[in-house]
Design a protein around this ligand. Structure first.
Ligand code: FNR
Length: 190
C-alpha cells in the first residue's frame, strides 16, 4: 500500500494549511493510500545548528520525523506564505530530517519520493509565491514534485467554525490532488 505523510508548514492551532492538508489527505485515502497526518510542532525540534548537532547528536523528534518520511512513498504538504517563502518551522524540520545518522543513505528521507504541494492564505494570492521556493527546495532534495499544485486564496472563508470545508470546488480540487499523488505513485511502483 502507498504510504503518505501529510503535514502543514504552520504550527498554528487553527491553521488553515492544516485544514487544507486534511482535505487532500481524504482524497489520497479514497485512492487507497495509508495517510499519516502530523503536526510539525509536536516534534519540538529546536532551531538546527551544527554545534547543537555536534554536542547533542540528532534530535529525538527530528529523528522520529525523518524516520516517518523515510518509511513513506510521498508527501502532501501545505505551506503558509511567510514573506513570500516558507516558515522557519517548516525549513527547520526539513533540515533536521536531511541529516544522516549512522549508515542511512544521504537524504534518505527525500530521495525517490513524490510530493504534492499546496499553499493557503487569507490573502488574495493564496500564498502562491511560496510554491516556487517550496518546489525548488523539495526537488533539490531529490523529491519529485507533481506539476499540479494548489493555492487557496481567501482561505479563512473556505472553512466553517468546525474546520469543515464549505467550498465544493475547492474540496474537489484538493481531493483530486491527493488522488493524483497516489495515482502517480502507483504508476511509478508498477
Ligand atoms: C504572514 N502572512 C502572509 N500571507 C501572505 O499571503 N503572504 C505573505 O507573504 C505573508 N507573510 C507573513 C509573514 C509572517 C511572519 C506571518 C506570521 C504571516 C499571513 C499568513 O498567510 C497567515 O497568517 C496564515 O493564516 C498563515 O497560515 P496558517 O497558520 O493559517 O496555516
Amino acid at each position: 500500500m502507498i504510504k503518505i505523510v501529510a503535514f502543514a508548514g504552520s504550527g498554528r492551532r487553527d491553521s488553515v494549511n492544516k485544514k487544507v492538508v486534511k482535505v487532500a489527505a481524504e482524497g489520497a485515502r479514497e485512492a487507497g493510500a495509508e495517510v499519516t497526518i502530523v503536526n510539525l510542532e509536536d516534534y519540538d525540534m529546536p532551531i538546527f545548528t551544527e554545534d547543537l548537532e555536534a554536542e547533542k547528536g540528532m534530535h529525538e523528534g527530528g529523528q522520529r520525523f525523518k524516520e516517518l518520511l523515510m518509511e513513506s512513498d510521498g508527501f502532501l504538504i501545505a505551506s503558509p506564505e511567510y514573506n513570500s517563502a516558507y516558515s522557519a518551522l517548516f525549513k527547520n524540520a526539513i533540515d533536521w530530517a536531511s541529516r544522516k545518522v549512522g549508515d542511512e543513505k544521504p537524504l534518505a528521507a527525500y530521495k525517490g519520493k513524490v510530493a504534492a504541494i499546496m499553499a493557503a492564505s487569507p490573502g488574495a494570492l493564496g500564498g502562491m509565491r511560496v510554491l516556487v521556493p517550496l518546489r525548488m527546495l523539495m526537488e533539490n532534495l531529490g523529491t519529485m514534485v507533481l506539476p499540479t499544485q494548489k493555492s487557496v486564496p481567501k482561505a479563512f472563508e473556505k472553512f466553517d467554525e468546525n474546520g469543515n470545508i464549505t467550498d465544493e470546488k475547492l474540496d474537489a480540487a484538493l481531493k483530486n490532488l491527493g488522488r493524483e499523488l497516489v495515482d502517480t505513485l502507483n504508476k511509478l511502483k508498477s
